[in-house]
Design a protein around this ligand. Sequence first.
Ligand code: ZN
Length: 407
Amino acid sequence: MPGGSNLPRVSDYNRVLVVDLVRRHPGISRGELAERTGLTTQTVSNICTHLSGQGLIEEGGREAVDGGRVRTVYRIVPSGRFAVGVHIDPARTVLALVDLAGRVIDRSTVPMDADVGPERVLDTLTRSVRDLMARNGVRGATVSGVGVAAPGPIDQGSGAVVGAPMLPGWELVRIRDDLAQRLGLPVELEKDTIAAATGELWAGTAPSDDFLFVYLGAGTGGGVVLGGEVAHGSSGNLGNFGHTVGDPDGARCECGVRGCIAATASPYRLVEQAAGAGVLTMPTDPDPVVVEEALADLADRARSGDGRALEIVENAARSFGHAAANLVNLLDLDAVVLGGPNWPLFAEPFLRIVPGVIEDLHLFRNVHGVRVVASGLGDDVGPIGAASLVFAQAVTARPSLLTARVG
Ligand SMILES: [Zn+2]
C-alpha cells in the first residue's frame, strides 16, 4: 500500500533535490532552482544557506542580468563530501575514493583470494578503506559512507552476501553491518549489476530513464532502470540473466535449456570454446583470476586478427544482443548500456554487433529506437557505482524518498 509523506521528509527531500540540481547543473541560479523545484525563491534561498553551511554547495559568483539585477549562481563543493566505493569482483577488488562531483580522487586494487575466507577478506577491505582515506587526508566527518558492490545473491534485510557461487565459502557474510562496525561509517550494499546501473544514473551518463545495463564481469547480468529509478526486485537480486537464451542453437545448459548465456557466453565458457578451437590452452585451474587472464588472451587474439578467436567473441556479442533484446521487449526499454570490468576487452566487436541484433529482434521498432552505448563511466563503473550507492542515499532526489512504507 502507498505510504504518506510527512513534513520532515518533504523538507529533507527539498534539500536533497537542490543539491542534486546544483550537482547536475553547475552555475544554476537561485531563480532557476526555484523554477525547477516549484519552491518559492525564499525557500530556495533558505535551503541554499543551509547547504552552504554544511559545505555541500557554494556561491559560484553573482552575474549581472538585464535591468541591473544580479543573480546568484551555485555550484557543488566537490570536496564537500566523499564516498568510498568498494567493488568486490571474484578476480580482484577495486576501491575508489569518489568526491561529490563524481570524480575518482584515488583508487587501489586488492588481489581477491576468496579462499582465505570472508573474515580475512573483510580485514583487508577495512585496512584498504582506511589507507585510502588516510593517504588522501580525508577525515571520517566528510565521508558520507562506504558503498559495496558484490556478486549476488545478497540479502538486503541482513545486508549479507549469501552463498555467492563466485565466492566459495561465503555462505552468509554480513558484510554491511560488519564493515560498518569496523569502520564506524555507514555502509550500503548492493549486487554489482544494480550498483553499476545506479552509478550510470547518478553520474548523469545514462542515455535514458529506461535502460538495461549489461554487466560483463566474472559473472554476467543486468541492471535495470525504469522511469528514472533503479529496479531492485523483491530482494535486491534483480538482473540475473544467465539463464536467458542468447544462442538458440548453442550448447545445452545445466538448467536443461539450450543456449543460455551461462552455457554459451560466460567467461569460463568462452575460454572453454577457445581451448576447443585450439586458440589457447585450457587453464587447469578454474580460478576467476586465471580464467580472466585466458579471456584477455582470447580478446587479444581476436583483436590481432585470429579468425577463430574473433568468431568466438562475435558469437558472444550476438548472444548478449539476443538476451538484451528479450529484456528490451519485456520491459519496453529504449537504451542498453554495456560495461563492467571485462568490457574493455570486448568493446569494439560488441558495439559493432549488439545494436543490429537488438534492432532485428525489437518488437516496437516502429514506435521507438533503442540506443546501444558503452558505459559513460568506463573501467570505473564498478567502484563509482559502489560509491554512488552512498550518494544516491544521501544526496540524490528520488520521489520514493518522499514516501514512508506503511505496513
Ligand atoms: Zn541455463
